[in-house]
Design a protein around this ligand. Structure first.
Ligand SMILES: [Fe+2]
Ligand SMILES: [Fe+2]
Length: 342
């Protein structure tokens, strides 16, 4: 873990990628003000815009929200790299992890509140999905994360770089879909969250860039180990206690809408291989073979992207227990913000 510890100074330099708390946005900035005198009208207007969204967009939004709400899983996982024994440490890595967690925490909060207020989502089902996901825990690496292995720590940071970019893309695409369907409030929300993901992506990508400079052999071997399986999305284990293959169904809708696709997956890999200048590293032996492998992956995934897309979206469209049937119908009475508890 010497390389990771040795990056502390560089992590400190990158703490500026976190927004100062007093200047940071909060979920309240994007939601109807329920303390205002005309709160009922504000809420009605808000719900009218949300009523124009298709069920498919709502499904992607719920899946993205559930993924964000499982933040405790990612914080626990990253602390294996950060190794903040007390949870209040002053070291740059510890300060990053807390600051990152605090920023990410707003994403789930905001999407959760937005979806609840629309009245279109079976919130209790969604809450159960989140509950399942967090209690199951999360390990980004197949075979389990070994906190004492430098390679696994690198892979964890590479995984984080990948995921921040993937979530940025998905939130930004949902923003575009929201504009097209007439919900500008949702578009603003998703764009703002995507902006956070972009800063977080810069952090992890910068740090892994340093790993590739200081320990290129360990870095490329970890990257290859991660790519040898499909990089599982953090929400992979989501379950609502009712729908089989829930994640696959969500992924199919996401692919169909173009929110996050097999081609995005290929392009993220290509992007990371490019920014870390994997092709230019001077390596020999098995590290050189890993380097060759990495340089071929984006093209390989790009080649199969259409096939994967067809396989994902080939099945019939299925209803989701997350979405209230007929929720696009007449807009509920102002003030009717019941949470559909079963
Ligand atoms: Fe996030
Ligand atoms: Fe993120």
């Amino acid at each position: 873990m010497d390389v990771i510890k040795g990056l502390a100074g560089y992590v400190g330099e990158n703490l500026g990628l976190l927004a100062p708390v007093d200047q940071a946005w909060q979920p309240t900035d994007f939601l109807p003000d329920l303390s205002a005198e005309d709160w009922a009208e504000r809420l009605t207007k808000f719900r009218e815009s949300a009523a124009s969204l298709s069920d498919d967009v709502l499904v992607v939004l719920v899946g993205n929200m559930v993924t964000e709400e499982a933040l405790p899983n990612y914080a626990i996982s990253l602390n294996q790299i950060v190794k903040d024994a007390t949870g209040t440490g002053d070291a740059p890595w510890a300060r990053w992890l807390r600051g990152w967690t605090a920023e990410e925490n707003r994403h789930g909060d905001l999407l959760n509140a937005y979806l609840r207020l629309t009245g279109r989502v079976a919130m209790r089902r969604v809450e159960q999905t989140i509950h399942h996901l967090i209690s199951q825990g999360f390990n980004p690496l197949r075979g389990g994360f070994d906190p004492n292995s430098e390679g696994d720590a690198y892979a964890g940071l590479i995984y984080a770089s990948f995921q921040e970019r993937a979530t940025r893309i998905s939130h930004a695409n949902v923003a575009r879909l929201a504009v097209a369907q007439g919900d500008d409030a949702l578009a603003r929300i998703c764009r703002r969250i995507a902006g956070d993901e972009a800063r977080h992506e810069s952090f992890y990508t910068n740090v892994v860039g340093r790993v590739m400079e200081r320990d290129p052999e360990g870095g490329v071997l970890a990257f290859r180990a991660l790519l040898r399986g499909v990089i599982a999305m953090p929400g992979r284990q989501m379950a609502d206690g009712r729908t089989p293959d829930l994640y696959d169904r969500f992924a199919a809708v996401s692919q169909r809408l173009g929110a996050y696709t097999a081609r995005d997956y290929a392009r993220i890999i290509g992007h990371l291989v490019g920014v870390w200048r994997i092709a230019d590293l001077s390596l020999s032996g098995k590290a050189a073979r890993a380097q060759d492998y990495l340089c071929r992956q984006a093209g390989r995934y790009e080649l199969y992207a259409d096939e994967v897309a067809a396989a994902l979206t080939g099945g019939p469209a299925v209803p989701f227990a997350w979405i209230r049937p007929g929720s696009r119908g007449p807009i509920g009475r102002a003030g009717d913000i019941g949470d559909n508890a079963a």
